[in-house]
Design a protein around this ligand. Sequence first.
Ligand SMILES: [Zn+2]
Length: 504
Amino acid sequence: MRTIITIFIVSLICFEMQGQSSNPPIVSKDYKSWTTSSELNKWLLKMVEIYSVEMRLFRGNKEVDMPVVVIPAVQDNPMSVMIIAEQHGDEPSGMESCNLLISELLNGELPTWTDSIEWIIVPMVNADGHDNKSRKKENGADLNRDHLILSQPETRYVHYMYNRYMPDVFIDMHEYPFESGTAEQPLEKRIQQQIGCVTNLNLIDAELDAVAHQFVLPHVAQAMAKSKVSFSEYIIGSGQTGQNVRQSTVDIDDARQGIGAMGRSFSFIMEGLNGKNRNDSIYYRTQAQFKCLISLTEACYLKSEIIKKRVQENRDNAIFNAPSKVSIQMDHFVPKDSYKELSLKVPYHNIKSDRDTILDLTSVYLSDVRTIKSLELPIGYWISKKDDRLLDWIQAHEAGIFPFSNANKKIEKEVSDNSFLECIVALPEWQTMKLEGMSVPSWKPEWIEMKMPSTKDYIFISTQTLNGLRWSMALEPESMFSLARYPEFEYLRYQYPILRVTSR
Ligand SMILES: [Zn+2]
């Protein structure tokens, strides 16, 4: 009798301890304050101890301490889902909902998903910004504007992990600013959760776009309605002034386009509504993000066969059947044809009258993304081996995937046999125009034909790879994504050590 009682007590204590430590920090703190970066690290290390078999914890590299949780699937050939959160350090609810998800997965509360989904979860990309309560890193870098140039160790490590796992689904979690109503502008937007799809014209896949718009978004909308969380497809720009109301920047620099879509994943951005201040509505913001994340993942899981198939086809096509054209300048427009017009009605709350209201923004909705400038996709580019900065940039994008030199022997041969080279000989002074609020070079480079350079002095990068469109968007001098518009690559404005290769 005595023995039995003792055993009972001991197991009760064990259960209690496990229950406590497996709770995410925000739950243990009863949602009184956000999880700090050190609490996150401690908790994840504890989770490794408890659940050593099901979970792998990567801690970054020598340059950055960034926890990445990988939970392998039990079954073969799983759908893989990568989630990153808090690139912006003042948008913490995505990080907390990642932790809730990790906890539920490891506690066995989502058995179907641990069986058949491989998870790669990065709860806190910007620990620096999180601890300083700021959007940017302490050095001033905005990580979600760094996915093209990869100037920061955080973005480099996220790309490295992406390349290593090549997920089918990619989700980037944010919060968008709460519009505090004022006497002049008394309106507060009342959408709690938003999801945005791929909008860069080079990267939209019609089949996946149809899955997103005909199944995934309606599925999430239904789930959100059930949970009484207001939801809409991602809309940015001010409803009060009617300016720049659109679904996306087509900027390659953000993670939705610059990692997920570029890697041909089924890619999304999620935006929860931020609070009136940092600690406003911690519980509600976290729960709304979590519910939205769960329903988004659920919708993808229900379509996993078609998503996996199409993602693989698109990756193969990038290498073996590359597109013939690349858009290098794009912008947003109100559609000219009324049949293309998307009705846009957004719920607001008027703080003066204390009434809910709907703004009809259809007439200012820049729903149409159009190409301003495009060109035939070149075969590739020769890059001078002396340009350390460019070589470092190429290697950062190739880290974790097969090296370009081995993958493209066949194409290199083709290049040397059949094509000619063009070289910019004169770049007029740097002039800029604005597209999407970004400075874009308006120079008119001149090109001449030249002999193939010695492979001793140059390396060849092919556009017939997963990174092919990225190379053209970044290396074409007239591109709105041109490296030359970044201070780090300013020298490219004065001499352009990049040779374009086109077929005869
Ligand atoms: Zn953000």
